[in-house]
Design a protein around this ligand. Sequence first.
Ligand code: ZN
Length: 295
Amino acid sequence: MTDLYQRIADRARELEPEISRMLADLVRVPSFTGQEGEVVQVAMKMMAAIGFDDIRIDGLGNLIGRLGCGSRALAFDAHLDVVRPGDRSLWRDDPFTPRIEGGQIWGRGTADQKGGFAAMLGAATIIKELGLNRGFSLYFTGTVMEEDCDGLCWKYLVEEERLRPELVVLTEPSGLKLARGQRGRMDIQVRVQGRSCHGSTPERGDNAIYKISRVALELEKLHARLEEGPVLGKGSLCVSQVFFTGPSQCAVPDSAERCDSSPLIGKLVSSTTAAMTIAPPSMVRARRRSSDSAP
Ligand SMILES: [Zn+2]
């Protein structure tokens, strides 16, 4: 067993440059949620080069590679979508031109979660070479739409693809520690109603931005008070978006809305995370559309 462990460790070390190359190739392809088609094709070619026994794309767009055809099933998973880079002027380099420095790779998605996917392919290479999957069907999934729709990809794999592995290893970044649970997440949208008037006489109106700001500041305090769970640690919450409407720049805004997206912790109910959006739904949709068309 010790000898086998050593062989795996030695081979993993040898494969480091190849795994780094695959990661860089994945980072080079922007793959925002819902736009993963190109990166899935790149990942598919990597699987083909390794010699997977079966590679396919399901109806949702998830990439599914299989090694072996044993009666027992295990799965390894990494999502292939990434969040947007935000304000590019705050990046030292282009987020989609990976830079290797000091043994680390920099670029959007290197940690969350293309690094996990590249490492999975390194593991698949070793498993195949050393014949470690006897009796097992090993599924390696490159899933889609995870960032915006937590859990949807695996709901589809389980319910539509009938993939029922005994165990799934998610390669989400966890500081190289094995984690055995996840806090979960709740998205909460809060809307406040204001009343518009001319900005020169704000006392005649009811400023929706002031109102939603008070809610946001209370949530900031709530975050500090969330409980510590024995297994999953402390709960967290954050206000992630604020929207508003108003007739003009010189008028008191008449509505505001925010979205709290919050990982839950330990005792699920007591520790929520929140993100808020301030605005009528129509405005939220319009903003999402415009950001979807961004590069
Ligand atoms: Zn992730």
